[in-house]
Design a protein around this ligand. Structure first.
Ligand SMILES: NC(=O)c1ccc[n+]([C@@H]2O[C@H](COP(=O)([O-])OP(=O)(O)OC[C@H]3O[C@@H](n4cnc5c(N)ncnc54)[C@H](O)[C@@H]3O)[C@@H](O)[C@H]2O)c1
Ligand SMILES: [Zn+2]
Length: 437
């Protein structure tokens, strides 16, 4: 049986009901009040009274004050993320099959007409998120991409436009319309087609509880990538792992926020104890407020689980179904073959989760809170529809129409039977005989 070396006391029950109620009221107001209501929320919640639509020239110009090092890093990350998404798209092949003589059916992947990409920006400037959603929608072939991000606050509290690096990246990744709008009002503007953008068919991108709840409530008339909660990470480490590096990887991801779970599963008790000892000083290595955030997340949400074997470790990991799963053990092929529930897998001590968060290629928008049991992360597939088609010629009709007629009558659906039988009636006796023989 696995044993807890450090347990997670958790947080006081979150006011989730409040978020749901707030979002419901906001969406209803935004639906009727449109752009005026969106502007009103932008002012009230984010202090923003400037233009909502950012012209492409302004987005491009936002790059001029960025350092060359940042622009090169963004180009590197964009190239990896775009090429990974393009390879996903290329892996999808249309199919066509002759099921019977005269009966042909097929399947194609078609992009949605318009995507809405949310780029979060309240606490941090999530520059990489712009690449993850927009470049992926572009690779899927979506003809119109709207992207929104909240205005940032200057140190004196006054609202300014979208963070310049984020804005530049939204343009770089290929957004057609950029809105300076955050939270529920941003999601609603993209979904309802405000400010000149076409209404989104799919909404994608991470965000805080208000953003996630707005997407959840709008789902139905509009598609969403997934419902995302606080980010989480799980590290699997054996006796060969470096405790200092494991502690740093846990603390580094705990920086996301005080509600972000970070778990360590190991079969080596000295490692478990050493990491537990190292965590406070490791969190303190992270500058300023972020160090305190990581420490709060570790204290409330961090867990260390000691298992008796690697089989037990793998089973326990699958039960957690983490968003990010980092294996710092020997025999990586064994782990890759064995593990079945994760958003994205990071194989080996050299492959830190931050690589995937920022620059390596596979998407960082991933299922949280155990949702990796039933879904993977954001990919071109979320912007594509798998549609089917079929064509029947007279040669197929005797068998096909008869089967349809018999099943329809057995179901009591006479109208359906009649439509099938009418096709049989169009056949010349010769065709019928030819097909029956
Ligand atoms: N899993 C991932 O792939 C991933 C990547 C990047 C970011 N994230 C997540 O994105 C989130 C970013 O959150 P954030 O808050 O910093 O930025 P955000 O952009 O998601 O939210 C900011 C907006 O929240 C709205 N808001 C704030 N308080 C409100 C209130 N009381 N009522 C109504 N609306 C309110 C404001 O309109 C503001 O514009 C984090 O939870 C982070 O973990 C996840
Ligand atoms: Zn991260």
């Amino acid at each position: 049986m696995p044993r807890l070396i450090k347990s997670a006391p958790g947080l006081p029950p979150a006011a989730l009901a409040d978020v749901a109620d707030t979002v419901q009221v906001m969406l209803a107001r935004l639906k009727t009040g449109g752009e005026d209501t969106a502007r009103d929320y932008a002012q009230r919640l984010d202090g923003w009274t400037g233009e909502i639509v950012v012209p492409p020239e302004q987005a491009q110009k936002a790059g001029k004050d960025l350092s060359d090092a940042l622009k090169q890093a963004l180009d590197y990350a964009h190239d990896n993320i775009r090429r990974f998404a393009q390879a996903q798209r290329a892996s999808l092949r249309d199919i066509e099959i002759e099921l019977h003589p005269g009966l042909v059916a097929g399947q194609s992947s078609l992009p949605v007409g318009a995507a809405g990409c949310y780029v979060p920006g309240g606490r941090y400037a999530h520059i990489a998120s712009a690449l993850m959603t927009i470049a992926t929608a572009r690779a899927a072939g979506v003809p119109h991409i709207t992207a929104c991000a909240p205005p940032r606050r200057a140190p004196d509290g006054t609202a300014q436009g979208i963070d310049p690096a984020t804005l530049y990246t939204m343009h770089l990744a290929g957004a057609d319309t950029i809105l300076c709008l955050g939270g529920v009002q941003g999601i609603a503007a993209m979904s309802y087609g405000l400010f000149g953008a076409p209404p989104a068919d799919v909404l994608a991108g991470p965000g805080n509880a208000y953003v996630a709840e707005a997407k959840r409530q709008l789902f139905g008339p509009v598609g969403i990538d997934m419902f995302a909660g606080p980010t989480d990470v799980l590290i699997l480490a054996d006796a060969t792992a470096d405790p200092a590096l494991v502690a740093l990887d846990l603390a580094g991801q705990a920086e996301h926020g005080p509600t972000s779970p970070c778990w360590l599963i190991t079969d080596h008790e000295p490692l478990a104890r050493r990491v537990a000892d190292l965590m406070p000083e490791t969190c303190a290595r992270i500058d300023g407020e972020n160090g305190a955030t990581a420490r709060a997340a570790w204290d409330a949400m961090g867990e260390i689980i000691l298992c008796n074997s690697r089989e037990e470790m793998a089973a326990e990991s699958d039960r957690y179904a983490p968003e990010h799963l980092h294996v710092q053990c020997t025999d990586l092929p064994w782990w890759q073959a064995r593990l079945t529930a994760y958003g994205s897998l990071f194989l080996g001590a050299d492959t830190t989760v931050a690589f995937g968060d920022k620059a390596s290629g596979p998407n960082h928008v991933l299922p949280t809170g155990g949702a990796a049991r039933y879904t993977g992360g954001l990919s071109v597939h979320k912007f594509l529809k798998t549609v089917t088609w079929q064509r029947a010629t007279p040669e197929a009709l005797p068998a096909l129409a008869r089967a349809t007629s018999v099943i329809s009558r057995a179901e009591g659906m006479t109208g359906h039977a009649l439509t099938a039988e009418a096709r049989l009636a169009t056949l010349t006796p010769r065709a019928c005989v030819a097909n029956e023989s």
